[in-house]
Every structure is written in C-alpha cells, then in structure tokens.
Design a protein around this ligand. Structure first.
Ligand SMILES: [Mg+2]
Length: 388
C-alpha cells in the first residue's frame, strides 16, 4: 500500500493497481468490556485481585468480523472508540502494519504506553483475525507457519492459594492434561515471606514429580541479593525459570541475577513497545524475552519482538492471553512457549467457541481449518459479565 507513493496515506488507487479491485475496507470497530470474577482470590508477589477485565474489539469488514482483546483497565474502551476507530474506518483491512503504524503515531500526545498500547494491541489482533477470515485462512497460514505445534506451560500457583488448592491445580496440568511445565508465583508480600516461598516451591515439585519443568515468577518482588539467595536455597528443586526475580525496570539488576543463578531469567511482560523489549534483550537482562501481544502493539509488534530476540540469540515466550498468541507463536522461529494462564484460559474458554486443547503440553493452532484464530464469541455466555 505504501510502496507506490511512499506516503502511508489511504491509497485506494494503488490498491486497484496491485489487485485489480479495491481492498475490503474496515467498516466498523466495536468495543465491549467484560469483568469476570476469579474463581478464588488471586495474588502474586506484588499485587492481588479478585476479577479480571477483558476489553474485546471486533473489527468489521462487510459481513466479516475479526476479534481481538486485551486484559486491562475498562478505560481502554474509550481509547479504542474515541481515538483509534475514527482513524481506521475506510482503511484497507488487508494492510495491518499500516493500520498499526497509523494508530501508534496518532497516540503520541495521549501517551503511547500502558492502556493506550493495550487498545492498539486489541485492535491490531482483531485486524489480523479479520484479514485471515477475509482470505479464508487460519491465521497461522496467513502469517506462515514455522512449526506445527506450540508448547505451553501451566501458569497459576497463586500466593493466595492454600497448599491443597495449589496441589490440585498443578496436578491438573501435570497429571490431568500431561503438560510437562508449570509455574507458580513466589516473592509473596514483596519478598516478605521467603520461607513460605521456599516451602511452596518444594510442595510444587512434590506435586508435579521430577520430570515436569518447574518455573517460578516473583513479579519483581525480591531485591537483587535476595533473589540470588532464594535461588541458592531452591537449587535442589531443579527450577528452570526465574521470572522477574527483581523489577523488570531494573535491567542491570536483572542481568546481575541472571549471571548469578542457574534458572533462566525471564522478563518483558510490561513491554508496551518494541524499543522497550529491544533494550531489555540487548542489555543481557534475560535468557528468554517475554512479550505480550495484548500489550506490546498486537501481533504486528509481537512478531518483530520475536525477530529481535532471535537476532540476539534469545528465545521468546508469550505472556498470558494464550489464544491471542497461539497462531503467531507457530509463525515465530525463536518461540519457546506460551503461558497457559489459569485466569485467562478460564475466561477464553467461557467466552469463545473453538478454543485450543493443551493436552500433552502443546497446541496445534489452525488444525481445525477454521479461518482467523478460529474463535467465535458466544454472546449468551459473555453477556452476564459485560460492564460497558
Ligand atoms: Mg509474570
């Protein structure tokens, strides 16, 4: 679209030259907000919550709609409806990177990171789904597959759970579904409960047995030296992944912990743009870069983050929202795994038909041949949770 005149503006004429007929246009952007109570109080090292909010976008062209979403503040809806939608109406539904760039440029003065980036991300995801549906292709086929299967790890193990609840959840993944990787939260109360953290890691190892990979996530709850000390204390539990041992804002701190501990250090879930993720990866701060397509700018930017990670010899892991990431993950050579996050799996299974099956620890996106990401919203199940 931009190649013929270099302006990046609407170029319906150019579309005609290229394809012989005008591109399908973006006719409508709808947005709705749903707040779903958790099935039990949830907490990690540095925050607690009892509900999760999904901001759901539908991008419509003719009789076809694409679905995208982000998990975040209800105010995200105002950004989608007020700032982004007017910009997109009438644009080609096929040139998603052009739409993404236009959205990103337009929010300069509103402040691009944070919930604004969540809004851009949700729309971008909806546009990729829309394009794949317009072309009748599973999204992974539109993007081009690098692999057939996508590994997942079970993620939950909240610090608010009692021992039996955590056991049940972890065994459900490891034994019930055969997922050979699980993650629990540590760093409880900003690192104030080290003994309980260590006890829970031991219990988690007992629950899943010796052959399951065990991961921990401190959500930035420890200090640097504390993280190294805690890692030494859990060294006999064969923990493979230590996520956000210190704040992800502290790149030298992450790097220092990374150099001092055996598990892979991972971070990146608060990356709202490509430069953030690039800086983190280039700083030597992580063994595995995490990126969240519902925050970093959608599938468009997530795939670029995968290229950045690959270029620096790192792997990329998808943070949360597993059904947003599955198809893109299959298209990224540097991809390691997706987070099968309890909270989001629950909501995505509740709201959508066509969700993926994680048995054996892998998803096979596109296997059913459905176009797009293969999901359809089941309004009658979602409506009870709609708040705006
Ligand atoms: Mg995390």
């Amino acid at each position: 679209m931009t190649g013929l005149n270099g302006t990046g503006a609407h170029t319906a004429g150019a579309d005609k030259v290229r394809t012989g007929k005008p591109d399908p246009a973006i006719d409508r952007i709808d947005v709705a907000v749903y707040t779903v109570p958790t099935d039990a109080p949830e907490a990690d090292g540095t925050i607690a919550w009892t509900s999760t909010t999904m901001v759901l976008v539908q991008a419509v062209s003719g009789g076809t709609a694409g679905l995208g979403w982000t998990y975040g503040a209800p105010a995200t809806r105002e950004v989608v409806g007020g700032e982004l939608a007017p910009l997109l109406l009438g644009r080609s539904a096929l040139d998603v990177p052009a739409a993404n760039e236009a959205m990103h440029r337009s929010v300069r003065n509103a402040g691009a990171p944070g919930l604004v980036a969540g809004a851009v991300s949700a729309v971008d995801i909806a546009l990729w789904d829309l394009k794949a549906r317009l072309l009748g292709l599973p999204l992974v086929r539109l993007l081009g597959a690098a692999r057939e299967q996508v590994a997942v790890y079970g993620s939950g193990g909240f610090t608010s759970y009692d021992d039996s609840m955590m056991d049940r959840q972890l065994r459900g993944w490891a034994d019930g579904q055969g997922i050979p990787r699980v993650k629990i939260k540590v760093g409880e109360s900003w690192g104030g409960c080290e003994r309980r953290d260590l006890d829970r890691i031991r219990r988690a190892r007992e629950a899943v047995g010796p052959d399951c990979e065990l991961y921990v996530d401190a959500n930035g709850g420890y200090t640097g030296k504390q993280a190294v000390r805690v890692a030494a204390a859990f060294a006999d539990q064969d923990v493979r992944w230590f996520e956000e041992p210190v704040s992800s804002d502290d790149l030298p701190g992450l790097r220092a912990v990374r150099e001092a501990v055996l598990p892979d250090v991972a971070a990146g879930e608060y990356g709202y743009d490509l430069p953030y993720l690039t800086r983190m990866a280039a700083a030597g701060a992580v063994d595995c870069l995490q990126a969240d397509a519902t925050r970093c700018g959608g599938i468009t930017v997530w795939l670029r983050a995968a290229a950045v990670a690959e270029g620096l010899g790192l792997q990329l892991s998808g943070h949360c929202a597993p059904h947003v990431h599955a198809h893109a993950a299959a298209a990224a050579p540097a991809f390691r795994h997706l987070e099968w996050f309890h909270d989001h799996v629950r909501i995505e299974n509740l709201f959508f038909d066509g969700t993926l099956d994680p048995r054996g620890g892998v998803l096979t996106p596109g296997a059913d041949g459905r176009p797009g990401h293969g999901l359809s919203l089941v309004e009658e199940r979602a409506v009870a949770y709609r708040v705006a």
